[in-house]
Design a protein around this ligand. Structure first.
Ligand code: SDX
Length: 427
């Protein structure tokens, strides 16, 4: 049997053989199917891209039915168990685990860029004290594009790599500035003697002490969370990074577009929405009533459901286990009982089972962040920090892919047919 699709157009009786490659047909192969020479030809229609591959990619593999997630072939469970975030970022960007020397050079390259230009402080001063940190982060990363005009040279590999180092290094610094600004606290400079996550926590929480002592369980928990959030193939924000980047704009501007997409409550903003949901439920006794409201379509069960995972999100499994370790140190988060009861009921209720709705990466992560003293509004920022490596790996792969062009989807026009202008006195 040939790897082709034979299509019969019943409007004309014509038959077409379309090649099937890697389980896909090319949408442009449909254009030959016409009813007349003037006919543009068939277009594929897929709002929300439920069944459209926009790219080939070798970065991340997900099997939604089996609950499998692998970065460059390495299972997420093993990377979370044995790896560090910067090691994982190297893997995503370069495609292989680094040797000891490669990792040291990579860490040094990133450490040399952790400080941000002092002018950015004035930019931050312009925000109200209660500005949402994601709005501040998106704006400040976009502003970084004005400090590095050479970044526009996106076709030069060495220039791209330097911006990749800068973004991985500077996003945590900017994130900490956003947090400190909201409290009116002085900004902390990075301390490159610390590891990536410990340095971030120091910039966030250090007060007058020369170095904030971070409990090793907490810094390891944040390292694991960063590893788990580092990439997730063609999700909404990655699709934004690729689409914005396809116009050959600099990576800082593309990053701002990706972070803006992540900010939405249906995507990376869900971790914040989960905590606000748990706080609004308030007591385990109120859970059945809330579940009824979800089933009546009044509210969504935030942190549940996924476009790809129709099984338990493998990241949620690891995060739930990590939460137990964190609570050993910080004390049990009282909202955990509500989350566990929501999960218990939902996994047994036909409304959720039928729709294959399981906890996703955002369901338990916020409980850890809150127990570590991180404010709820910072949760989407805590998603953006590690996803920086994934967005940049995907952006670079898009630029290096000879098949990629500027993103410009087609449409099905449903508006009025051509008509003439109507003078005001005849309207
Ligand atoms: C992330 O794509 C990625 O990889 C994203 C991500 C990443 O790492 O980048 O994994 C991170 O964004 C995780 C998702 C975080 N979002 C939330 O937790 C918000 C709550 N979840 C939903 O909004 C929803 O599940 C989505 C957006 C995540 C997925 O939506 P889909 O794939 O478009 O599915 P759908 O909306 O078509 O839902 C199918 C059905 C619908 O019911 P019916 O109309 O068929 O009767 O399930 C229902 C939905 O109403 N449904 C939910 C629900 N999620 C889906 N009902 C109640 N609560 C929910 N959470």
């Amino acid at each position: 049997m040939a790897d082709t699709l034979t299509i019969t157009d019943n409007r004309t009786g014509k038959k077409y053989d379309v090649p099937i490659v890697d389980g896909a047909v090319r949408a442009t192969d449909l254009r030959q199917i016409k009813t007349s020479e003037e006919d543009w030809g068939l277009v594929s229609y897929d709002p929300g891209f439920l069944n459209t591959a926009a790219t080939r990619s070798s970065i991340t593999y997900i099997d939604g039915d089996q609950g499998v997630l692998e970065y460059r072939g390495y299972p997420i469970e093993q990377l979370a168990e044995h790896g560090t975030y910067l090691e994982t970022a190297y893997l995503l960007i370069h495609g292989e685990l680094p040797t000891a020397d490669e990792l040291k050079n990579w860490e040094n390259s990133i450490e040399s860029h952790t400080i941000v230009h002092e002018n950015l402080k004035q930019l931050m001063e312009g925000f109200r004290y209660d500005a949402h940190p994601m709005g501040m982060l998106i704006s400040s990363v976009a502003a970084l594009s004005t400090f590095y005009p050479e970044a526009k040279n996106v076709r030069d590999a060495a220039t791209r790599l330097k911006q990749i180092h800068r973004l991985i290094a500077k996003v945590p610094t900017l994130a900490a500035v956003c947090y400190r600004h909201s409290l009116g606290l002085p900004y902390n400079y990075p301390n490159n003697e610390l590891g990536y996550t410990e340095n971030f926590l120091n910039m966030m929480f250090r007060m007058t002490e020369s170095r904030l002592e971070v409990h090793p369980v907490l810094s390891r928990a944040l390292e694991i969370l960063f590893i788990l959030h580092a990439d997730h193939e063609q999700n909404c924000s990655t699709a934004a990074m690729r689409a914005v980047g396809s116009s050959e704009v600099d990576p800082y501007s593309a990053y701002a577009g990706a972070a803006a997409a992540l900010y939405g409550p249906l995507h990376g903003g869900a971790n914040e929405a989960v905590l606000r949901m748990l706080e609004s439920i308030g007591d385990v006794k109120e859970v059945p009533n809330f579940i009824e409201r979800v089933k009546n379509r009044e509210v969504l069960l935030m942190g549940f459901g996924h476009r790809v995972y129709k099984n338990y999100d493998p990241r949620a499994t690891i995060i739930k286990r990590t939460a137990d370790e964190v609570f050993e140190v910080t004390g049990r988060n009282p909202l955990l009982e509500i989350a566990l009861e929501l999960e218990r009921i939902a996994l047994d209720d036909d409304f959720f089972v039928k729709r294959k709705l399981y906890p996703n990466v955002d369901f338990y992560s916020g409980l850890i962040y809150q127990s570590m003293g991180l404010p709820v509004s910072m949760f989407p920022v805590l998603f953006a920090i590690p996803r920086t490596a994934g967005w940049l790996a995907q952006w670079q792969e898009m630029l290096e892919d000879p098949e990629q062009k500027i993103a410009r989807p087609r449409q099905i026009y449903t508006g009025p047919a051509r008509r003439d202008y109507v003078p005001m006195n005849r309207r």
